[in-house]
Ligand binder design. Structure first.
Ligand code: 13P
Ligand code: ZN
Length: 270
């Protein structure tokens, strides 16, 4: 079967990077059944033939109006599709969409009519926000990392930056590679516009990764591998914390002075 990736190596590279990350999510146990979703802004990789491609099916409402997304293209995981399937056959388990001129609808343009993820309002609202800010970030990832979700069931960890500081203090790399920490979004209905709005507020508060309480995390990055790496790094810290606790002690953690030294030496953003 013909695919829009066949004669477009740049687009194929983006989609296959998503597939690689989808495989990691499954291997890590973060992607039960259809759990999690990924979108990547592929506007730069879309070629003329795809720009001229007719829509597959009718335009569909996003649920929000996103003025900075007019004419933008995204690869999106399909709703109800499995990460482990997307890892093998990405274009059967995801699709490329175009935002229509009214900025309130999208149309699927390739390869098949795979309906995008139910978390599309959050993903597209975040992409709209990133473009408005002049950000170079192109990818967003929602996933269900076991240890981080478990920690979101503890009220103390939901206070601002308590979890950030705890996770940073477990191993130097976490602050170095996730320097903005972990924002917190209180529990809200999955797929809702309210969740999308709260996610934007948290990202605007200068976080690249935010916790959706008792559900999962949402991360943004230059590309999907970077977004994944930040979640992976935070999860490593959560596992170290859990393992120390299960060995019967509260881990000491690095001191504030040691963490400050990391910020200085790595020239980390605030
Ligand atoms: P989708 O299958 O619609 O992407 O939903 C998965 C999910 O994790 C919802 O939060
Ligand atoms: Zn989810």
């Amino acid at each position: 079967m013909k695919s829009c990736l066949d004669n477009n190596p740049a687009l194929a590279r983006e989609v296959w990077q998503v597939a690689e990350v989808a495989g990691y999510l499954w291997q890590k146990g973060w992607a039960e059944r259809n759990g999690g979703n990924i979108t990547v802004n592929v506007t730069e990789q879309v070629d003329d033939s795809l720009r001229k491609a007719p829509a597959i099916g009718e335009p569909k409402a996003i649920g929000v109006t996103l003025p900075h997304l007019r004419g933008q293209y995204f690869f999106c995981k399909g709703t109800n599709r499995r990460m482990r399937d997307l890892a093998r056959v990405p274009m059967d388990n995801g699709s490329i969409i175009r935002i229509t001129d009214d900025c309130a609808h999208y149309e699927i343009i390739a390869d098949n009519e795979v309906m995008p993820t139910s978390e599309l309002p959050s993903h597209l609202s975040v992409h709209n926000y990133l473009i408005a800010k002049g950000s170079t970030y192109k990818a967003s990832l929602h996933t269900h990392p076991i240890e981080l979700v478990a920690m979101s069931h503890c009220d103390r960890f939901l206070e601002k930056d308590v979890l950030t500081n705890l996770l940073w203090s477990m191993i130097p790399e976490t602050k170095a590679f996730c320097p903005r920490g972990l924002g917190i979004v209180p529990y809200m209905l999955p797929g809702s516009v309210e969740l999308a709005d709260a996610t934007i507020r948290a990202i605007d508060d200068n976080y690249d990764v935010v916790m959706w309480e008792k559900h999962g995390v949402f991360a943004v990055g230059e590309n999907i591998m970077e977004a994944f790496d930040m979640v992976d790094t935070l999860t490593k810290s959560a596992i170290i914390y859990r393992d120390a606790r299960s060995m019967g002690f509260e881990p000491t953690g690095m001191s504030q002075a040691q963490m400050q030294e990391i910020s200085t030496v790595f020239h980390l953003p605030k």
